[in-house]
Design a protein around this ligand. Structure first.
Ligand code: SF4
Length: 372
């Protein structure tokens, strides 16, 4: 069996800008969406014949809000990917915002081969949703998930945000419970990060007015415990899934697998090279090779392996590291395991939920020790 290969397709359109968001996205009229779809299809087709290319084991439509493109364009894009090569059991995910797609649209996507839906809920609290500048309410989330199930999607995920202004543990748990009641098989729980230049960063300078680190940590641990208690395994620092429902595409990122990303701000790790398309204009211009317009991304694989592996429940395989890094990792992780922040595995160590909270410090310590 060939090694997995993911295809990420970026859709840079949103109906409106959320108040915390600095992703590359803009409102786009029909003409802009059509032109972009055409450009993306040309790039997908240009992948044909690339050395090392094999059928995609996953395709992920991210954004932006991919469903803003409309079902017909999404299906054309997936057809183009399938023409290049799609494994028979490929995971095909599409991100959707609540109320940007209806039951008929979802059924059309399901028939076309999409089999995983990731819904940007963020919260079930109307006040929190308004504060984030989201266009939907809690009932829109419930309706989109139930429409997805009715349309034949079995693999549905919701995103929730932690660390929001005024958010308490009971309020987080109430959103978690509401999410579980929808019956989704996957949940992502991310902490709000204030991005410079966004309206929320201006409203809460230096994070003043947001829950402090301890309050957010309590909320994270409470959410993690509630999700585990409901049978969703934590397979990554921010991701929880019912057995067999972990996102295979995202796992490629955390396990240093290969993926090709097309679209402004999309990153690739393919053929031993890391590169990305910069944000902004240029992606749609004529090109002579599929990766025209990309920039190289400088990374240290060893560092990346430590950082990404320790995000996952599978943890860090010490035999995958250079001897000096493996020694440093074993020393640091044994010490933090004694404090309940890590646990041994067959091949090394993984972090516990408490350890995930301080993963940056643990990783820095390993890397510094490995260099000394
Ligand atoms: S829907 Fe997502 S990508 Fe679009 S503005 Fe909101 S957070 Fe950003």
């Amino acid at each position: 069996m060939s090694e997995p290969l993911g295809l990420y397709l970026h859709v840079p359109f949103c109906r409106a800008k959320c108040r915390y968001c600095d992703f590359f996205s803009a409102p786009g009229d029909e003409a802009a969406q059509e032109a972009y779809t055409g450009a993306l299809i040309r790039r997908i087709r240009a992948l044909r014949g690339l050395a090392g290319l094999r059928p995609f084991s996953s395709v992920y439509f991210g954004g932006g809000t991919p469903t803003v493109l409309g079902r017909a364009r999404l299906v054309r894009l997936l057809d183009a990917a399938a023409d290049v090569g799609l494994a028979p059991d490929a995971e095909v995910s599409v991100e959707a915002n609540p109320a940007t797609v209806d039951r008929a649209g979802l059924a059309a996507l399901r028939r076309a081969g999409f089999n995983r839906l990731s819904v940007g809920a963020q919260s079930f609290d109307p006040g929190e949703l308004a504060l984030l500048g989201r266009l939907h309410g809690p009932d829109d989330v419930r309706r989109t998930v139930s429409d997805a199930f009715a349309a034949g999607f079995e693999n549905v995920s919701l995103d929730l945000m932690l660390g929001l202004p005024g958010q308490t543990v009971p309020r987080v748990l109430s959103s978690v419970r509401a999410a579980l009641e929808t019956g989704v098989s996957h949940l992502s729980a991310y902490c709000l990060k204030l991005e410079p230049g966004t309206p929320m960063a201006r409203d809460y300078p230096d994070g003043r007015g947001l829950p402090d680190g301890d309050e957010t940590a309590d909320a994270y641990l409470a959410a993690a415990a509630a999700l585990s208690g409901a049978g969703l395994e934590q397979y990554e620092i921010s991701n929880f899934a019912r057995p067999g429902r972990a996102c295979r595409h995202n796992l490629l990122y955390w396990t240093l697998g290969e993926y090709v990303g097309l679209g402004p701000s999309a990153h690739s790790d393919f053929g031993g090279r890391r590169f990305y398309f910069p944000r902004g204009a240029g992606f749609s211009a004529p090109f002579s090779s599929v990766f025209d317009g990309t920039l190289p991304e400088e990374t240290d694989r060893e560092e990346e392996r430590v950082m990404l592996s320790l995000r996952t429940a599978a943890g860090l395989d010490l035999s995958s590291l250079a001897p000096e890094t493996a020694r440093a990792a074993a020393e640091v992780l044994s010490a933090v395991a004694a404090r309940g922040l890590a646990a041994p595995t067959e091949t090394g160590f993984r972090l516990t939920p408490e350890g995930f909270l301080v993963s940056n410090q643990i990783i820095s310590e390993i890397l510094l020790k490995g260099m000394s």
